[in-house]
Design a protein around this ligand. Structure first.
Ligand SMILES: Cc1cc2nc3c(=O)[nH]c(=O)nc-3n(C[C@H](O)[C@H](O)[C@H](O)COP(=O)(O)O)c2cc1C
Length: 225
């Protein structure tokens, strides 16, 4: 059975008349199309906006860098939320991540989640014998579907705001430590312009969702047949 970890991060909700979250709406569309075809998929859901995870702090870092067998009960308890979040990533074959662009990067709640999940001796190992690249991801084989929404546009490679994009490249770099080997990105843009370009962008993103679901369902059915 396939496991899909669905994570929403927008501060805006799904059902609201004046500004409904675009990234949540597209992810929801992806999920309903997916479930229509593969209803037996195990879904794990995290809404990081309504249920944010804790920021890491000194005690967390100390606990994470203490060998498992030497951890005190307090340290074990400090890491329990991180363990749960990592376990969800480990279970997932597919990660469906929806996020807005905030200040040219990811929302703080999503960064907090990455900080809890990318952890030494859990999702990566560290060995100086590896030379200039001592970190090695421990997980592999996962597919990430990244759905983003921005107010402006042109953040893609070669776009007029390519250098201002600290959202997609950051997630791309971090996703390696979640064990992601295949990444698909769907972007809705122009939200702040609210013009025909925005409508065209939404239409394109919706079409990409439909195409991607069909493509991934085929692969999943072939893999798990
Ligand atoms: C706090 C905040 C910061 C934002 N920063 C940016 C930004 O740096 N660049 C941009 O293109 N849009 C920015 N936007 C616009 C959002 O990316 C846009 O409204 C997007 O649709 C939000 O995603 P959502 O509809 O899923 O909530 C910002 C919006 C908010 C509320």
């Amino acid at each position: 059975m396939t496991t899909l970890l669905h994570i929403d991060t927008s501060a805006r909700p799904l059902n609201q008349s004046d500004h409904q979250s675009i990234s949540r709406t597209l992810a929801q569309r992806f999920l309903s199309l997916w479930q229509n075809t593969l209803p037996e998929t195990h879904i794990i859901y995290r809404d990081l906006a309504t249920s944010p995870v804790d920021l890491i702090n000194q005690a967390w870092i100390e606990a994470a860098f203490t060998k498992e067998e030497k951890r005190t009960p307090t340290q074990m308890s400090i890491l329990s939320a991180s363990n749960e979040l990592i376990d969800e990533v480990m279970q997932a074959d597919i990660i469906l991540l929806s996020t807005p662009m905030y200040n040219y990067g990811m929302p703080a709640v999503l960064k907090a989640w990455f900080d809890q999940v990318i952890r030494v001796n859990k999702t990566f190992s560290f060995d100086l014998n590896r030379g200039d690249f001592p970190l090695q991801a421990s997980l592999s084989g996962k597919t990430l579907i990244l759905i983003t929404s921005s107010g402006e546009y042109g953040f893609e490679l070669g776009g007029l705001r390519e250098k201002m994009d600290h959202l997609h490249p950051h997630i791309h770099t971090l996703s390696h430590y979640l064990g992601v080997e295949t990444m698909h990105t769907i972007r809705a843009e122009y939200q702040e312009f609210n013009d025909e370009r925005h409508q065209a962008s939404l239409k394109k993103a919706n079409t990409e969702v439909i195409t991607l679901v069909a493509q991934l369902v085929d692969i999943t059915q072939a893999t798990f047949a």
